[in-house]
Design a protein around this ligand. Structure first.
Ligand code: HEM
Length: 440
């Protein structure tokens, strides 16, 4: 099956113009940004993108080299400079709200200190945090979560099957992923909409500059979030709690290890909320969009659910929910013959790198009969996604349950009416209204 029907051919000569149009968040370009970034890769695996003042790394091996090298490439700006700017401003406004509410010094959940954690941290801080959090992502924990994920998926489908239509993003994918992470973070499932709202607001920081009003809204959400999770952390501490928050808070710490601070725990809760919802939710929505346009593929997967994991792996290589990661060079470093000077921002375009023709045959084709492929969808090196197995299980079960209960899934609006998320990093739909027939 070849690339998106609606992606038009382009010439490599206007590639920088094409890429800039994606950066300007033009809806037409956001529909299929990968064509522009494929073109950029054709210009070289590491190129200077003057309009954005970044080194764009689009070759597979080169991207892997940068991701592997946490000594020369810092993750402090991993979500991009706009995100870092938005975030710093939001955190300072949130700290002001905490002070205004009398939550100063030790009583404020975070006070003025918002430590960088995991994906945003560099060694040795990252190494210590990852070692403390990693056991909570064990394969056994993921297996134990599976039946609950299926129950949550069925609960959401129960609400829409009679109707025979739904907005896949709001009523299924995002709702499901936020319910899963809500329960993993030791919160009642009835609070999932609140957590989902916070995640949406925080995610806005990625990929564009925010307005003053948006920054205020985000600061308010951050303040509420800190207050809320401050209590949750106290609830699980020292208790025999099975969920992920319990596992993280109560992880045994060796004598010479420093336990996670409250500030680190709160920041980790936010990272898990975002990491555990947006990417898996976008992937599920994107897959349903694809299946609505390729009903025979939906029928094939329904008839052979055992093929779903290979389909998901290949789909995520081919169409990634978050397309790029950022690093900052902390030393002069050469990658593929290009000198990247200290202080430079490096955009690792993992979606383009995962279609590098030097690594994949016919990379623009979604072909899940090919042997298992490596891809950079979950990153690489020391920051490789801790939630990869959980994320894949979430998407698989969401698809299995949907295909078991709905057939003839089709778009309920014209393709041209679908709006993409206005972000250079995130790749997904704002809504996905579909019609379907219920399987009795
Ligand atoms: C389709 C689903 C997912 C995708 C595509 C994805 C993608 C990624 C990527 C690319 C990174 C590396 C970031 C970097 O190198 O800068 C990452 C890191 C991370 N992800 Fe995921 N993720 C997914 C699901 C999840 C889930 C479900 C969770 C947890 C609930 C999660 C938790 C994390 C954490 C904690 C890190 C930081 C790891 C570290 O820095 O050591 N992710 N993810």
């Amino acid at each position: 099956m070849s690339d998106y029907g609606y992606c038009r051919e382009y010439g490599v000569t206007d590639v920088f113009h094409e890429v800039d149009a994606v950066y300007r968040l033009e809806q037409e370009k956001l529909r299929c940004p990968v064509t522009a970034f494929d073109g950029l890769r054709a210009a070289g695996p590491v190129v200077w993108l003057e309009s954005q003042k970044v080194f764009a790394v689009t070759g597979y091996h080169e991207a892997q080299t940068v991701l592997d090298d946490a000594v020369n490439f810092s993750s402090a700006n991993m979500a991009g400079e706009q995100a870092t700017r938005n975030y710093a401003e939001m955190l300072s406004r949130a700290a002001a709200l905490a002070r205004d509410a009398g939550r100063t010094g030790g009583t404020a959940p975070l006070g003025d200190a918002h430590p960088l954690v995991l994906a945003h941290a560099d060694p040795p801080v990252h190494t210590r945090q990852r070692a403390l959090v990693r056991p909570s992502f064990s394969a056994a924990r993921v297996r134990r979560a599976e039946s609950r994920i299926a129950e949550l998926a069925d609960g959401l489908l129960d609400k829409v099957v009679e109707r025979g239509r739904m907005d896949v993003r709001a009523e299924y994918s995002d709702a499901l992923m936020s319910q899963i992470v809500t329960t993993e973070l030791h919160c009642p499932v009835s609070d999932a909409p609140t957590l989902q709202r916070w995640a949406r607001i925080f995610m806005r920081a990625v990929g564009r500059d925010l307005t003053d009003a948006e920054l205020d809204e985000m600061a308010r959400a951050r303040f509420e979030f800190d207050e809320y999770f401050d209590h949750r952390i106290d609830e699980v501490r020292g208790q025999p709690v099975e969920d992920m928050l319990g596992a993280i808070v109560n992880e045994r710490v060796a004598e010479d290890e420093e336990p996670l601070t409250r500030g680190e725990l709160l920041m980790i809760c936010e990272l898990l909320l975002q990491g555990g919802t947006e990417t898996s939710g976008n992937t599920t929505t994107n897959i349903v969009h694809f299946l609505a346009g390729h009903p025979s593929e939906a029928d094939r997967l329904r008839a052979d659910p055992g093929a779903i994991p290979a389909f998901i792996d290949e789909y995520m290589r081919w169409d990634q929910p978050d397309q790029m990661l950022h690093r900052t060079a902390v030393n002069d470093t050469e990658v593929a013959g290009t000198l990247i000077p200290t202080g430079s921002v490096v955009m690792v375009h993992k979606a383009a790198a995962s279609r590098d023709p030097r690594v994949y045959d016919h990379p623009g084709e979604l072909d899940y009969s090919r042997p298992p492929q490596r891809s950079l969808v979950f990153g690489g090196g020391p920051h490789f996604c801790l939630g990869a197995a959980l994320g894949k299980a979430q998407i698989r079960i969401a698809l299995e349950r949907l295909l078991a209960r709905a057939t003839d899934i089709e778009l309920a609006v014209d393709e041209s009416e679908l709006r993409k998320i206005p972000s250079i990093v995130l790749h997904g739909f704002e809504q996905l209204p579909v019609r379907f027939r219920t399987i009795a």
